[in-house]
Design a protein around this ligand. Structure first.
Ligand code: IVH
Length: 738
C-alpha cells in the first residue's frame, strides 16, 4: 500500500483556487464597480471563506492578486518613496465661475492650434473634478503591483497596501467586454498591455463618509482615546490612504474613478494606438476600472458651458463631492501638438465651482430653541459668500460638538455649506485666535422662557422643560402646524407668528381659529366657551379682523387673505393633521402610515403601544412617543378644540384587526427556502405583524435559514438566536409554538 504524499497539492485544489479567484474577481467588479451584484452577499462571503480555507491549507499558493489579499498587510513605520516613470502633472485652474471660464479655454485652444473662425469646433471631453486625491496604479502583466500618491509630481509614496483594500480597484485586470467587436472597430477588445499605469482619483462617497463619522462619534462617546471625526470626505480619504496600518485603512471605505494614463508598454496597448482620450477611458472601463458615467464628449465652447451648468446643478445630489469640472481636448494627436507649459498640459483646464468652504469670524454664539424644546448653539457670523449664498448663521449642533470644535467668540472659522444642508462650522483656525476668549458653555435654563433646561442621560441635546409655556416652542409648534406639508395656512410666516405669540393672541394651535377671543372674553369677564355661544360667524370675522389690524405691517387686504387661508386650512387630511401636531418622531411618512393603518384619529389616540407597533415604520421609540403625546390631557384638549373650531378631515373605516402572531418579533432570512421565495417569506412575516431585518444581532428573534445559508446563520448560532427552517416559520405563522 502506498502512503499518500501529504505535501503534494491535490490538482483539484489548484484548479478550485483559480476558479474561486476568478469568480470573486468577477463578483467584486459587479458589486463595487457596476453596483449590480448578481449573487447575494452571503454567497460571496461563502466563496470568499472557501478561498481563505484553501489558501490557509496551501500558503505557498497565495498570490498577491488574490481577493483575500485586500486586507492583511502589516503596519508600516513609513511609506517608501516611488519615483513616477511618467510625472504626475497638475492642471491649470480656472476660478472664474461664470460661463467665461469655459469660453476662455476654448478660445485659448483655438488660438494655440492656429484655428480661424471658419474652422470647425474642437472636440472635448468634459469630466467632473473629483474631490479626493490623485493615485497612480501600476499593473505588470495585468496584476496590481504598486499604488503611489502624487507627492510632488516626480516622487510619490507607496501606499499599495492601503489601496488594495479598495474594492473598486481591480487587483487583476480582465477584459470585461465579452462580445468581440468587428475587426477594425477602434474601441474593441484590447489585450492588456504588459505595463500599465492608470491614474485617477481616490475619494470617499458621502454616505460612506457620514457612516464613518457616525461610527467615530460612537467610539468617542464610548470613551475611546485618540479618535476623531473627519472634517470632509476628502480629508477622510486622504487620512485613510496615508494610514500606516492597512487594517485601519480597510475600515474607511474608499472609492476610485480612473481619468488618465501614466506609463504604458507597449504604447500601442497591443492594438491600434488610442485616437482619443474618450476612447482610452472606454478601454479602461472594459479592463475593469470605474469610469464616471458623468464623463461626456462635446464640441466647442457651448457644450463646455452647458456641461458646467448641468453638472453644477447636480453637484449637491451626487453621491460624492466634486469641486468643479475638467475640460480636456479629446484628440490625442491635438494633445501632443498642444504640449505642456512647465508642469501643466496646455490641453486641459479645471473649471472650479463656487467654494463650499470659506473663512469668516464668529461675532457671537446664540442658543436657539426648537419646536420640541431642543436648544441649539448657533454661531452668528460675519456675512460670508459660501456655496452660492450669503451665510450669517451656522449651527454648532449641540454642546458636545461645540466643545469639541471649541468655537469661541472672535474666532476665525471655516464655514461649510453644501446644497440645502444647514451651514455649519467645520473647524477653528487656532493660530488666528486673539487672546483667550471664554469657552462656550450651554445654559442650564431656557434662554427664552427661563425654564430649566435638562440633558437626559444618553442624549446629546439639552431641552427646555417649559413646553407650551415657552414662547419659542409655541412659535415653532405653530409654524410647524401651518407649514405647507402640514395643514398649510398660506401666508402665516415667522414674522407674523412672532407677533401673534408675543401679543398673546395665540397661545395654542386652536387660538389660530379664535383670533381675538381671549382678549374679548377677558374684557367681558366670561369664559371663551360662553363667548363662543354669543359670537355668530360674522361677529367672529369682525373680531379677528380687528385683532389682526392691530399688528404691525398688517393691511386690510393681507388680514383678509390670512383669514381666508385659515378658513381654507380647516379642510385637511388625517396625515397632514397628524404630522402638523408635531409629535416627536412622527414625520410625514409615519403620519401617512398611521392614518392608513388606523383610518381614524380616535383609534390612534386610544391605541396601546402594541397596536402602534403593528404599523409599518413604527418602532418602539416612535410608538412610545405617540403614547406619551396622547397621554397628556392638554394635547388631547388641543385636538378637541381644533375639531370644535371646524378643522375636519375625511376619516376612513377603522382598520381591520388582523391577528398578528408575530407582532414585535424581528426575523432575518438567509439562504434558499424550499418553497417560499424571499419576498413571499417577507410578506408573510410582515402581514403577521413581524419585521424583517437585514443583519443578525442580539435583538433578532429568529433567523430563518434555507440551503446555502451564509454568515448570517453562523452569527445566529454564535449569538444563540433561534434558527427556524421553512416549516418552523409556517408553524409560527399559524400561531403554533415551536
Ligand atoms: S486630469 C494632466 N481629471 O485634480 C492632467 N484630474 O491638478 C492630470 N482631478 O489632483 C489630471 N478630477 O487628482 C484630471 N477628471 C479629472 C480630475 C482630476 C480630479 C484632480 C487630480 C489632481 C488635480 C489636477
Amino acid at each position: 500500500m502506498q502512503t499518500p504524499d501529504l505535501f503534494a497539492v491535490p490538482p483539484d485544489d489548484t484548479q478550485r483556487l483559480a476558479e474561486l479567484r476568478q469568480l470573486l474577481h468577477t463578483h467584486a467588479h459587479r458589486y463595487y464597480v457596476e453596483d449590480a451584484p448578481t449573487i447575494p452577499d452571503a454567497e460571496y462571503d461563502r466563496l470568499f471563506r472557501e478561498l481563505q480555507a484553501l489558501e490557509a491549507a496551501h500558503p505557498d499558493l497565495v498570490t498577491p492578486d488574490s481577493p483575500t489579499q485586500r486586507v492583511g498587510g502589516k503596519a508600516l513605520d513609513q511609506f517608501k518613496p516611488v519615483r513616477h516613470v511618467v510625472p504626475m502633472l497638475s492642471i491649470r485652474t480656472e476660478t472664474d465661475t461664470s460661463a467665461s471660464g469655459a469660453e476662455n479655454f476654448d478660445a485659448r485652444i483655438r488660438r494655440e492650434l492656429g484655428l480661424t473662425e471658419s474652422d470647425p469646433a474642437v472636440g472635448y471631453v468634459a469630466e467632473p473634478k473629483f474631490d479626493g486625491l490623485a493615485m497612480s496604479l501600476r499593473y505588470v502583466d495585468g496584476v496590481l503591483v504598486q499604488a503611489a500618491t502624487r507627492g510632488d509630481g516626480e516622487t510619490g509614496e507607496d501606499v499599495t497596501q492601503n489601496i488594495r483594500t479598495i474594492g473598486q480597484i481591480p487587483l487583476r485586470l480582465v477584459t470585461l467586454v465579452s462580445d468581440p467587436l468587428s475587426p477594425g472597430e477602434r474601441a474593441g477588445v484590447r489585450a492588456i498591455p504588459a505595463v500599465l499605469e492608470v491614474r485617477g482619483e481616490v475619494y470617499m462617497r458621502r454616505d460612506d463618509f457620514e457612516a464613518l463619522n457616525e461610527r467615530q462619534r460612537q467610539k468617542i462617546a464610548a470613551g475611546a482615546k485618540g479618535e476623531k471625526t473627519f472634517v470632509n470626505p476628502r480629508n477622510a480619504a486622504a487620512g485613510a490612504v496615508r494610514q500606516l496600518d492597512p487594517a485601519i485603512a480597510a475600515q474607511r471605505p474608499l472609492s476610485f474613478f480612473a481619468y488618465g494614463l501614466g506609463d504604458i508598454t507597449p504604447p500601442d496597448a497591443g492594438g491600434p494606438v488610442f485616437a482619443s482620450h474618450f476612447e482610452m477611458l472606454q478601454t479602461l472601463k472594459s479592463w475593469g476600472f470605474p469610469v464616471s458615467a458623468l464623463v461626456q464628449q462635446g464640441r466647442g465652447a457651448a457644450d463646455l458651458v452647458a456641461y458646467y451648468t448641468r453638472i453644477g446643478a447636480q453637484r449637491d445630489s451626487l453621491g460624492f463631492d466634486i469641486d468643479g469640472v475638467v475640460y480636456k481636448v479629446d484628440s490625442l494627436a491635438l494633445q501632443r501638438q498642444l504640449g505642456f507649459v512647465t508642469r501643466e498640459p496646455r490641453w486641459a483646464v479645471a473649471h472650479k465651482f463656487p467654494a463650499q468652504e470659506m473663512l469668516t469670524t464668529v461675532l457671537a454664539i446664540d442658543v436657539q430653541v426648537g419646536r420640541t424644546g431642543k436648544l441649539t448653539p448657533v454661531a452668528k457670523l460675519a456675512p460670508v459668500f459660501v456655496g452660492g449664498v450669503t451665510v450669517t448663521n451656522a449651527t454648532l449642533h449641540n454642546e458636545d460638538e461645540a466643545r469639541r470644535k471649541d468655537v469661541r467668540v472672535g474666532d476665525t472659522v471655516i464655514v461649510r455649506r453644501a446644497g440645502d444642508v444647514i451651514p455649519e462650522v467645520v473647524s477653528v483656525l487656532l493660530d488666528k485666535r486673539v487672546g483667550e476668549p471664554d469657552v462656550f458653555t450651554m445654559p442650564h435654563s431656557c434662554p427664552v422662557c427661563g425654564s430649566v433646561a435638562v440633558r437626559e442621560e444618553g442624549e446629546a441635546d439639552y431641552r427646555c422643560t417649559g413646553g407650551l409655556f415657552c414662547s419659542a416652542q409655541r412659535k415653532q409648534a405653530i409654524l410647524h402646524f401651518a407649514q405647507r406639508r402640514a395643514v398649510e395656512v398660506e401666508g402665516l410666516g415667522d414674522k407674523l407668528v412672532d407677533q401673534l405669540v408675543e401679543r398673546d393672541v395665540v397661545r395654542t394651535l386652536p387660538d389660530l381659529y379664535r383670533l381675538g377671543w381671549r382678549a374679548q372674553a377677558e374684557l367681558l369677564a366670561i369664559s371663551q366657551e360662553q363667548l363662543a355661544t354669543e359670537l355668530d360667524p360674522s361677529k367672529q370675522q369682525a373680531l379677528a379682523m380687528a385683532t389682526l389690524s392691530e399688528l404691525d405691517r398688517m393691511a386690510v387686504l393681507s388680514a383678509q387673505n390670512l383669514l381666508d387661508a385659515l378658513q381654507k386650512s380647516k379642510q385637511t387630511t388625517l396625515p397632514r393633521f397628524l404630522f402638523g401636531l408635531g409629535i416627536r418622531h412622527v414625520g410625514e411618512a409615519t403620519a401617512k402610515e398611521l392614518a392608513r393603518h388606523f383610518g381614524q384619529l380616535d383609534a390612534i389616540i386610544a391605541a396601546p403601544e402594541e397596536q402602534l407597533l403593528e404599523v409599518a415604520d413604527v418602532g418602539p421609540i416612535v410608538a412610545q412617543s405617540i403614547r406619551t403625546f396622547f397621554a397628556q390631557p392638554h394635547n388631547v384638549e388641543v385636538v378637541e378644540q381644533l375639531r370644535a373650531c371646524g378643522v375636519t378631515w375625511p376619516e376612513g373605516p377603522p382598520a381591520e384587526r388582523v391577528p398578528t402572531p408575530l407582532s414585535g418579533k424581528t426575523f432575518v432570512l438567509t439562504g434558499t427556502l424550499p418553497t417560499l421565495g424571499r419576498e413571499d417569506a417577507k410578506a408573510l412575516i410582515e402581514s403577521a405583524g413581524g419585521k424583517v431585518a437585514g443583519s443578525v444581532s442580539k435583538k433578532t428573534s429568529y433567523v430563518v435559514a434555507g440551503t446555502e445559508a451564509g454568515s448570517k446563520l453562523d452569527k445566529a448560532l454564535a449569538l444563540g438566536v433561534p434558527v427556524l427552517d421553512e416549516a418552523g416559520l409556517q408553524a409560527l405563522l399559524q400561531g403554533v409554538e415551536t
